[in-house]
Design a protein around this ligand. Structure first.
Ligand code: F0G
Length: 405
């Protein structure tokens, strides 16, 4: 926290001899290295985050290097000619949080921290627990009681995290954590920690590298605590400053209708965020009413000529279906991106031929409860008895298949 303005701080560097002309080849070359940290999609770009001492090994689980694939079905559903998705769910703990976590747990270790803590809607906690286990330090987790996906909580438990149920939503959990952290001597790893954003900003370097440094027209992200969009903007500012890119993509944030304080701020033109006191959405990862990073996010959208949209749970479900038809699974929060694109396209705010990348933030299996609850009505399943019968079994299956469209 800045002692002067009360805002969140940001990491800045004095890089004495930058060599942006040599970096792309250096970064690409490290992919073939035998070292996990060299291959990591974060530490491969270490010239952009030079905060560790030369002799400190980062705490890395081989994060990043996630796939960038086309999603033709989702593109046409959204009214676009083409769409690429960058799947951050394909990370060690299944979400984009691992990029930031490797950076801030490494920093925590450098500071001599013995216990790290976070408030979380689930993914940050799973990621923190894994990286803390790797570093051999304790992980203390503050979660809203009964409000996070059981798969995410299971991950954190599996990695040995200590769990405190605090409040009934993320905002309350974070408030309680911030109150207790100093007294408990915890190093806080939420995205109010600027080192988290340092790790997460490498997403944009990796994305642009995969595109041969061709800048897309738009990059779309879900909006919760708004750390992700802030980190992408910081990454873009640095790449632009070093001359690695010559223009900016529009950054687009999509929130869920019941948890959309930033969308309200953006569309009203107000300068101060009015928190949503009782946020509600089936996309529990982004069920946040008072996002800490909103000033950075607002700066990011203004600077990139970006925009913000909000979508209903039904629209999120339909977008998730569209991605599933492309063979791409993700958790509900990630599907807000495609739902938002469809809405912005229908409103004429994006051209059909726009070159768009959606960031899918979490893995399909992160919210299995959602799939079971939302999909059982459309599930297509035939139940057979225990014993197969050579004559009737194929007939029964064939008859069932014939009834399906
Ligand atoms: N998508 C997923 C899957 C998330 O888990 C989160 C945030 C977001 C999007 C939003 O990102 O906060 O940077 O705007 N999850 C946090 C957590 C809050 O505790 O796991 P953001």
């Amino acid at each position: 926290m800045c002692p002067v303005c009360g805002g969140l701080v940001e990491v800045g560097y004095q890089i004495d001899e930058p060599h942006p002309d040599r970096w792309p080849a250096l970064w690409r070359g490290r992919q073939g290295s035998g070292s996990v940290a060299d291959r990591s999609g974060v530490w491969r770009f270490r010239e952009l985050l030079p905060f560790l001492a030369d002799d400190q090994e980062p705490i890395s689980l081989g994060e990043g290097s996630t796939p960038l694939v086309s999603a033709p079905g989702a593109a046409s559903w959204a009214g676009l000619e083409h769409l690429q998705v960058k799947h951050q769910g394909v990370n060690p703990t299944g979400s984009f949080k691992d990029l930031g976590m490797t950076a801030c747990i490494s920093h925590a270790v450098a500071q001599g921290a013995e216990m790290v803590a976070c408030a979380s809607t689930g993914n940050t906690s799973a990621s923190m627990a894994a990286y803390a286990a790797r570093a051999g330090i304790r992980a203390l987790l503050f979660i809203p009681g009964g409000a996070i996906s059981s798969a995410k909580l299971a991950q954190a438990t599996d990695f040995g995290a200590l769990v405190v149920e605090a409040g009934s939503n993320f905002d309350q959990s974070l408030k309680i954590l911030r109150l207790a952290a100093t007294a408990l001597g915890c190093y806080v790893v939420n995205s109010i920690n600027p080192y988290r954003l340092e790790g997460q900003k490498t997403l944009v370097a990796e994305l642009l590298e995969q595109r041969g440094w061709l800048v897309p027209d738009c990059i779309v992200v879900p909006g919760g605590n708004l750390g992700n969009v802030s980190s992408i903007a910081k990454g873009l500012a640095e790449l632009l400053g070093f001359g690695l890119i010559g223009k900016l993509p529009r950054l687009i944030v999509v929130q869920a209708d019941g948890a959309d304080p930033f969308f309200r701020l953006w569309s009203s033109g107000s300068l101060v965020l009015e928190p949503v006191l009782d946020p509600e959405t089936r996309a529990t990862a982004i069920r946040i009413g008072n996002p800490a990073n909103w000033p950075k996010a607002l700066r990011a959208l203004r600077w990139t000529d970006g925009t913000c949209e909000s979508v209903s749970d039904a629209e999120i479900g339909a977008a998730k279906d569209a991605l599933s038809r492309d063979g791409i699974g993700c958790e509900p929060a990630s599907a807000t991106t495609v739902a938002g694109l469809r809405k912005l396209r229908a409103a004429g705010q994006i051209e059909p031929e726009a070159d768009v990348v959606a960031i899918l933030t979490g893995h399909q299996l992160k919210d299995v409860d959602y799939i079971i609850e939302e999909r059982t009505a459309t599930e297509r399943r035939l139940r057979l008895g225990k014993e197969p019968d050579r004559e009737t079994t194929p007939e029964v299956i064939a008859a069932w298949l014939a009834t399906l469209s």
